[in-house]
Design a binder for this molecule. Structure first.
Ligand code: F6P
Length: 325
């Protein structure tokens, strides 16, 4: 029987190094690797091909995913999962490595329940919001892109004695914004995980400006304003009207998801992929996720990953407390 790899959901830097290591390592282990193109959609449509060395040569330094990705609604329906299973059967594939987030893992868990296909999930999302693992592939690269952008925006903000509001990604999780605020020396950090007090922040900023501060850097996470009826735009207005400082906003958007993977993400990708292949070749594992905690890799169940919401480490949150009031 053969083994395949696929990428699903939001892409991230590190997926290509993982795909390359998967293919090269499978050949080392004497197994024919397969590539599933276009994520779950491709699995349904039969976009599956045996991999060659050539497919993965020269992709180590590239962002995104060479085998592409998708978000699939059809995979929720049994009829399409059956189609996907028949496609795998046609190639004798009974094991899958899937890179993605918890939604992708849940989809394959259902697939395993339906047809017994074994799989290992590799946590891969710049949001770093999967419960059970301290690290998800792609986060280090995204943080470095945010760092570079914030450093550049700071240069021009300082030149004009302005404030800047940098909005990061992170649908439900403020990890990217939090770490960026700490490591870029921001004055304000707004994330869903920390209560913020605009009035207190305002008083502090005014005092700091009186005491010689010339510019202000605010880092905010997307989606954290939902219950407060405010937005990056409104924060800009508030800085201009209440604090009295000219302000510009930079919404980083998808630039954070691309870019060439950092050394850390390349190394993590290689390790995640190797352990995943070893696991799948060693026994019938069912479905599991490889997680990384306290410098060690281990395997956990999908139920465990789904059992709780990811929470940012308390000590990291503590570091940013002075930026929220
Ligand atoms: O990959 C995760 C993520 O980047 C979130 O931070 C963001 O909200 C979302 O994906 C954007 O998704 P899409 O690429 O579908 O617009």
């Amino acid at each position: 029987m053969a083994i395949a790899i696929m990428t699903s959901g939001g892409d991230c830097a590190g997926m290509n190094p993982a795909i390359k290591q998967f293919v090269d390592y499978c050949f080392t282990r004497g197994v024919q690797p397969f590539l599933i193109y276009d994520g779950l959609e491709g699995l349904i449509d039969g976009s599956i091909r045996p991999a060659t060395y050539e497919d993965v040569a020269g992709i180590m330094h590239e962002g995104g995913t060479k085998i592409r990705s998708s978000r699939s609604k059809r995979f929720f329906e049994y009829e399409y999962r059956k189609k996907a299973y028949d496609n795998l059967q046609a190639h004798n594939i009974d094991k899958i490595v899937i890179l993605g987030g918890d939604g992708s893992f849940r989809a394959l868990n259902q697939f395993h329940k339906d047809f017994g296909v074994n799989f290992v999930g590799i946590p891969a999302t710049i949001d770093n919001d999967i419960f059970g693992t301290e690290y998800c592939l792609g986060v280090d690269t995204a943080l470095n892109i945010i760092r570079q952008a914030t450093d550049a925006v700071r240069d021009t903000s300082a030149s004009f004695k302005r404030a800047c509001v940098i909005e990061t990604m992170g649908r439900d999780c403020g990890y990217l914004a939090l770490v960026s605020a700490i490591t870029c020396g921001a004055e304000v950090c707004i994330i869903p995980e920390l209560e913020y007090d605009l009035e207190a922040i305002g008083q502090r900023l005014k005092q700091e400006l009186e005491n010689g501060r010339k510019y202000i850097v605010c880092v905010v996470a997307e989606g954290c304003f939902a219950d407060k009826c405010t937005s990056t735009e409104q924060l800009v207005t508030w800085l201009e009207e209440d604090i009295g400082i000219e302000t510009r906003a930079t919404i980083l958007g998808h630039v954070q998801r691309g870019g060439n993977p950092t050394v850390y993400d390349r190394l993590m990708a290689s390790e995640f992929a190797t352990f995943a292949v070893d696991r799948l070749l060693s026994n019938n594992t069912g479905g599991s996720v490889i997680v990384y905690n306290k410098s060690e890799f281990e395997f956990v169940t999908i139920d465990y990953v789904n059992s709780q919401k990811y929470e940012i480490r308390k000590d990291l949150l503590e570091l940013a407390k002075r930026l929220v009031n």
